[in-house]
Design a protein around this ligand. Sequence first.
Ligand code: PXP
Length: 242
Amino acid sequence: MAVLNVNIDHIATVRQARKTDEPDPVWAAAQCELAGANGITVHLRQDRRHICDRDVEILKKTVASKFNLEMSIAEPIVKIAERIVPDQVTLVPEKRAELTTEGGLDCVKNRKKLADVVKRMKKKKIIVSTFITPDADQIKASADLGCKAIELHTGMYANAKGERAVNKRLDDLVAARDLAMELGLVVHAGHGLTYRNIIPVARIDGICEFNIGHSIIARSLFSGIYDATCEMIDLLMQAQTY
Ligand code: PXP
């Protein structure tokens, strides 16, 4: 059964809009866990636009489920991960001007730096996942680097318009899942997933972990984060039951 990690970055976005102390992502994490989330995901960006060092420090101590840190491979961030020791790191590309993570990490181009980061994370017994597009070369490079998991970028699926385009993106995810599993990788997925588009992806057997943020936090404004988390978990279960 696939599980849900809630990405709580945008709770911190609201706090940072006023540079104050509320809403606290630490409170949000506890509510998500009470609602049955498998884990909590945060992205400590280099510009600290939402999640801050203090959040990561406290969440490491308070998250009772899986604590998944999304991070770039920039050296100062790698050093923080070595110190904090989250349960899992998901390595992502990062551009300062982007609104959200664009594209996947290029594991072929960044092979040398990645080899060093993967080795350092493994030394700390941290699960390493790479956030990549559903592309054979990226999957093979992640396996060669010794990563335990990959997170398939579902943004192209989420942005696809029309049945044909959507089905093509789903086929890409299925092919990527097949290759990844053949190479012994654990398969996660995320980005752009919503209450409206999750079901077809959740029906892909073998994708065992979803990282979902914006849609859950958006809904939580109206229904509260506990209920918003429960609703997404219900959809994952429905998708896998019928
Ligand atoms: N997975 C990764 C690697 C991401 O960078 C993000 C965005 O921070 C997500 C999942 C969550 O995406 P969304 O907020 O669109 O659900």
